[in-house]
Design a protein around this ligand. Structure first.
Ligand code: APR
Length: 243
């Protein structure tokens, strides 16, 4: 049986299937990931850009980096894979999506049960009064300033910051309920996000990793799919789920 057919069987048989996504989920929308060959971190140290230190001491580079990412977001759209996952939620096939992504594409594609571990690039907020604005405002010259005098920063989790408690608790709850845990497009090297697939496996869930490159958790997984891109795999699996 080919892997998409086997995955479809596992999804049908599962009582609680939880999906976990990383930047590889959005590369087929045109957004770069971080650690692939042409990823955002190839050739640069993320802590020098996407960190609280950079926000305070390397501010212009910080602003330019996030303006570039916001422009990318505004010019790309969720792909069919995001939409299929939203449909699987509607049909009760998946409990929810734990995502490291900040692009908001799962929600834009119609998913409602999404736990954003690393925040969102859909908005920026004031570092002083916490006032929030849509991220496109960040592209204007005065977009980095708040009326209160504070500095506007993206609503993402920067290196050096803790993850949002609500998202962590939701991810923990779903992970503990899961008997099938599917990872789509993550190198699984960043903690504490990479705790959740490990926790699911330790709880006795089946762990599936769909990623075109090896990950440190492949040895734990019950199925590793490397030779199909996420978009194609989701379409193949959906066809079988619809039979
Ligand atoms: N199909 C399958 N796998 C893919 C595809 C695709 N179409 N596109 C990319 N990949 C794989 C890459 O091979 C890579 O291993 O997705 C993985 C993405 O890994 P990373 O770039 O490390 O992204 P991610 O795991 O989400 O990073 C976690 O790191 O910098 C932080 O906050 C940032 O949330 C991010 C976190």
């Amino acid at each position: 049986m080919d892997q998409s057919a086997e995955l479809a069987e596992w999804i049908k048989a599962a009582s609680t299937c939880v999906v976990f996504t990383g930047a590889g989920m959005s590369t087929e929308s045109g957004l770069p990931d971080f650690r692939s060959q042409r990823g955002l971190w190839s050739g640069q140290d993320p802590t020098k850009l996407a960190s609280t230190h950079s926000m305070h001491h390397n501010r212009q580079a910080f602003i330019e980096f996030y303006r570039m990412r916001i422009e990318g977001l505004l010019s790309c759209l969720p792909h069919a894979g995001h939409e299929l996952l939203a449909g699987w939620e509607t049909r009760g096939l998946i409990r929810g999506i734990i995502t490291q992504n900040v692009d908001g594409f799962h929600q834009r594609a119609g998913s409602e049960s999404v736990a954003e571990l690393h925040g969102t690039l859909a908005t920026v907020r004031c570092s002083l009064c916490q006032n929030e604005r849509p991220s496109e405002t960040y592209l204007a010259a005065e977009g980095t300033h708040c009326q209160c005098g504070g500095f506007m920063r993206p609503s993402v989790v920067l290196f050096g910051e803790s993850l949002p408690q609500t998202a962590l608790e939701q991810a923990e709850e779903w992970t503990n309920e899961a008997d099938l845990f599917i990872v789509f497009g993550s190198s699984l090297v960043v903690s504490p996000a990479n705790f959740f697939p490990q926790q699911a496996k330790e709880n006795g869930a089946k762990l599936v990793i769909v990623n075109r490159e090896p990950t440190p958790l492949d040895g734990w997984a019950d199925m590793v799919i490397q030779d199909m891109l996420i978009g194609s795999l989701l379409q193949e699996t959906d066809k079988i789920l619809n039979l």
